[in-house]
Design a binder for this molecule. Structure first.
Ligand SMILES: C=CC1=C(C)c2cc3[nH]c(cc4nc(cc5[nH]c(cc1n2)c(C)c5CCC(=O)O)C(CCC(=O)O)=C4C)c(C)c3C=C
Ligand SMILES: [Fe+2]
Ligand SMILES: [Fe+2]
Length: 344
């Protein structure tokens, strides 16, 4: 901190203010507080009320959301969360990784910055994270939404929230927002390492490597969201850096919600097709997620595994996300140091 505070220059009674420090705010999507109907309903209500996520006009959408969706989806989702919940620590996997990533980032940055973490939906909120950094005297903040690829539905809404909070502050910090890192050499290099390391733990050779990304509604892509193109570029770089022939590497999109068309090919249909074509041994990686979560641990490593084995596959291996591993932290630190240049 350049000065402890400004009180020596302030008249008596003026609120004490800290300044002069750099902060890093790591923002993840968010997750329920418990794997229960009530908690999941609260989480989904906030998530699915976001107009960056659901672009359907509000007058049409809110009756659907507060009718069938928030009645039935929490039942299904709470059951899925219960399957992957960390009961020992009383939290979802995403929450555990979000905290660990922030703690390790703080260790890596040392005195040069204060690190806080926040969720776009749920708690700790972006407002909580910014307040924590402001109280520590941070008047320069690097906001980093932890998504390798940009989508308005993920990254833009996280930064919208940051700016919504800034609007309420009398003395705003200066803020830089980190861009996506889907094609950064260090990201590709660490993904390549993770594939090699993870495959070295099994005693069979996959015939295909499937890269499965969270999907978005196709209409958002048609309207200009670049997310699917960035996913395809991550896939191409990963495949070429693994020296894999094109026919052994497959890209697909998962986690579609509702009856509208989403960006395809869909992951579940893709693995059924691969099995029908005679593929017996499959490895799956999820390069759209900076940390393992419901969508990887349950949807891929449980549901998709079952789909593949049921359709005739014999071997299925899930390659974990980079998470808070040293390689994963190298990627996140590289982004923070690049975007915080001159501030750290
Ligand atoms: C309905 C619209 C949704 C869009 C658009 C969407 C985009 C999107 N999501 C992620 C990352 C994650 N999503 C996660 C869970 C999740 N996603 C949706 C819906 C949309 N996502 C729902 C309803 C849920 C909740 C679970 C469920 O009911 O199915 C998660 C996991 C959270 C956890 O607690 O583990 C992540 C991470 C991205 C990257 C993205 C756009 C690119
Ligand atoms: Fe999602
Ligand atoms: Fe899902």
């Amino acid at each position: 901190m350049r000065e402890k505070n400004l009180s020596e220059f302030q008249p008596d009674g003026h609120p004490s203010v800290q300044y002069g420090k750099t902060g890093v705010l790591l923002i993840s999507l968010g997750t329920p507080e418990a794997p229960t109907y009530k908690s999941v309903r609260k989480y989904l209500a906030e998530f699915l009320s976001d107009q960056r996520v659901i672009e359907t006009p509000r007058l049409l959408w809110l009756p659907i959301l507060y009718g069938p969706i928030l009645t039935f989806r929490p039942l299904k989702s709470a059951k899925a969360y219960a399957k992957v919940w960390d009961y020992e620590n009383g939290e979802s996997p995403l929450r555990g990784f979000a905290r660990a990533q922030a703690e390790k980032m703080q260790t890596r940055l040392g005195e040069s910055a204060s690190v806080a973490w926040a969720f776009r939906y749920g708690s700790p909120s972006v407002a909580d994270g910014l307040a924590e950094l402001r109280e520590k005297g941070c008047d320069r903040i690097v906001a980093f939404a932890l998504y390798p690829q940009y989508s308005a539905t993920s990254m833009a809404t996280a930064y919208d929230k940051v700016f919504d909070v800034l609007k309420t502050m009398r003395w705003q910090p200066a803020v830089r927002t980190a861009p996506p890192y889907y094609d950064k050499p260090i990201f590709i290099e660490k993904l390549v390492n993770s594939v090699k390391e993870s495959l070295s733990t099994i005693d069979w050779q996959p015939e295909k490597l499937l890269a499965s990304y969270h999907s978005i509604p196709k209409s958002y892509y048609d309207a200009g969201d670049p997310y699917p193109c960035q996913c395809l570029k991550t896939s191409r770089l990963l495949r070429t850096h693994l020296n894999m022939p094109e026919e052994t590497f497959v890209t697909s999109f998962q986690s579609r919600v509702g009856p509208t068309e989403w960006v395809s090919p869909y992951t579940d249909k893709t693995v059924e097709k691969l099995a029908a074509e005679g593929v017996k041994k499959l490895a799956v990686i999820a390069p759209a997620f900076s940390a393992d979560c419901l969508e990887t641990l349950e949807e891929i490593n449980m549901e998709l595994r079952e789909t593949f084995l049921h359709a005739g596959g014999t071997h299925f291996h899930y390659i974990p996300c980079l998470n808070d591993t040293p390689d994963g932290m190298d990627v996140l630190e590289d982004v923070v140091r690049t975007e915080g240049a001159g501030w750290l």
